[in-house]
Ligand binder design. Sequence first.
Ligand code: PMP
Length: 408
Amino acid sequence: DLTLDLAAVRRDFPILEREVHGKPLIYLDNAATSQTPVAVIDSLGDYYRRYNANIHRGLHTLADEATAAFEGVRATVQRHLNAFEPREIVFTRGTTEAINLVANSWGRANLRAGDEVVVSLMEHHSNIVPWQLLERELGIVIKVIPVDARGVLDQQAYRELLGERTRLVCVNHVSNALGTINPIAEMARDAHAHGALILVDGAQAVPHQAVDVQALDADFYAFSGHKVYGPLGAGALYGKASILEAMPPWQGGGEMISRVSFERGTEFAAVPHRFEAGTPSVADVIAMGAALDWVNALGIERLSAWEQWLLDHATQKLERIDGLKIIGTAPQKASVISFVVDGAHAQDIGLLIDQLGVAIRTGHHCAQPVLNHFGVEATCRASLAVYNTPEEVDAFVEALQRVLGMLR
Ligand code: PMP
């Protein structure tokens, strides 16, 4: 039974009751960041009210409680991604930091001039620029997987890009600009057949569907807590234990050592702490755990089914608008709809529709290469979360029509 008690879900999100310019807020910018349920807000408050302490070096009660809660989230994330063991989860500030960790640790240790990194055309800048930095510094070669007219990766072209020098494939599970869901398990099989690893940017997948890193056979999988109902400032990198074990640290400092000595050199801590230098965002990590608990109490299948229904509903309504073109029409999509409209600039639409209480995103969505491929500089993007309603979608489409009436 996948029925959703939408009213109950919405009651968990106090922000949904606010008004914007005297209109009820309709929040459709969930791909940028999702709103935060009471359980998560309370988790943050509870931490600072009751057991704020620095972790791992405590020996006092508050430090022990904070450490236990923080390490408990490692197990929560492990179960959520179906990783094999908790130490395969490294806490980061988010997806961007997770990818930079891989580039700076695994990348510098394993990549040489002429080695190839295969990157999809639909990547977020955070899965492009770290590899370009290594291109400049180490002379690695970046190969780009092309995208077809629907916004689907060309799998034939992908297989042809794989070769003897391929070391790593970098691809998002779900595109934040197009909504496309990519066939990660197949792509991993192809990468592994060539002895390459695969790094998956899961920033837009974890909020919308069940993820099983073992079934996908991903070597690295990154996501951000703030896009899956958690607070800003916490995310995670999954890495296979055997791969993480062989990686050097990327930042030095406290927490990541087992012994420091000027005379005898420094020994690094075991995985995953080796990759967690300095004091982490303890409260945010703990609250990210509360967010995943919230999602699991609701049921990720139920959440997915509702979002898919809303996506279909919104797509059908938008398609009826004269001159509106949806960018990204893959058969497998998450609840992200990018569109452009003849005779109206995305920016103008975004500004005017905000006056009507509707929050959508306009711009390049940090994915300029794929937008350029579609011949546009900017799109409007409506992205749906589990708390969105059909009434909100209808009101958004109505507001959009009013705005287009003013602009055209
Ligand atoms: N990858 C994708 C697909 C994203 O949508 C985003 C966020 N827009 C990121 C990476 C970067 O995430 P963060 O800013 O939380 O590090």
